[in-house]
Write a protein that binds this ligand. Structure first.
Ligand code: ADP
Ligand code: MG
Length: 234
């Protein structure tokens, strides 16, 4: 599903270069659930931005679902992002004056999906994340865990091949984090490929594989026995 080959990325190339990714090789198969771990500043978000086509590597190759991702125009990159990728962020990134239903259906509007179909899809995905009863609430009327569920529903509504999550539990307390991981595991069990950035070991252990970044290099990449989040809630 994902192949990164010798990816390098620096910031401030012209002024004061900071070499952040130093030859990343990473291959992720369909249906995997991979944690990307590493200390703050190790390059996790930079890597995710490249995976998410929000930024481009300086060198190396990236192939996503057999499609080479190279020097895409803004339009093409946006098309591929919509088709392949869903994003979930630590800070939820919901629109504060829109309801859960509107937040989930908005990306579908930009994909020119007719209104009726948008609303059906948005409702279906809110049901899937357990928020079927909260569709008319605005973010300030939802808890942190619920907001992140809305963000997940929004990401899923476009039916991406891969879900990229940057510290999805970073703003949540432990119990809420485990609840959310139970949902993410369930979505992964239904076949969705997941990449989860975290610096928390308990969250990483709920994935199926841990890739450890240190100073822009992968220092460890191992399959693990997945801890089931469900066993740690209640
Ligand atoms: P992590 O997500 O692991 O904390 P990042 O990928 O965000 O790490 O950052 C890696 C390094 O790159 C840090 O030293 C950070 O300050 C720097 N950095 C990140 N984004 C930029 C940017 N847009 N411009 C310049 N430096 C950046
Ligand atoms: Mg980061």
């Amino acid at each position: 599903m994902i192949q990164l080959n010798n990816i390098h990325k620096s910031y401030n190339l012209k002024t004061n270069p900071l070499h952040v990714l130093k030859g990343i090789n990473l291959s992720i198969e369909e249906g995997e659930m991979v944690a990307i771990m590493g200390a703050s500043g190790s390059g996790k978000s930079t890597l995710l931005n490249i995976l998410g086509m929000l930024d481009e590597a300086d060198s190396g190759t990236y192939t996503l679902d057999d499609t080479p991702i190279v020097q895409l125009s803004e339009t093409k990159a946006a098309q591929y992002r919509n088709k392949f990728l869903g994003f979930v962020f630590q800070s939820f990134n919901l629109i504060s004056y829109k309801t859960a239903l509107e937040n989930v259906s908005l990306p579908l509007y930009y994909q020119k999906i007719p209104r009726k179909e948008r609303l059906i899809k948005a409702k279906e995905n809110l049901d899937k994340v357990g928020l079927g009863e909260r569709i008319d609430h605005v973010p300030s009327e939802l808890s942190g865990g619920e907001k992140q569920r809305v963000a997940i529903a929004r990401a899923l509504a476009s039916e991406p091949k891969v879900l990229l999550a940057d510290e999805p539990t970073g703003a949540l307390d432990t119990k809420t984090s485990y609840d959310l991981m139970a949902l993410i595991q369930e979505i992964n069990e239904q076949g969705k490929t997941m990449v989860v950035i975290t610096h928390e070991h308990d969250i990483a252990n709920m994935c199926k594989r841990i890739v450890h970044l240190r100073d822009g290099v992968i220092v460890e990449d191992k399959k693990i026995k997945q801890v089931k989040a469900k066993d740690h809630v209640e």
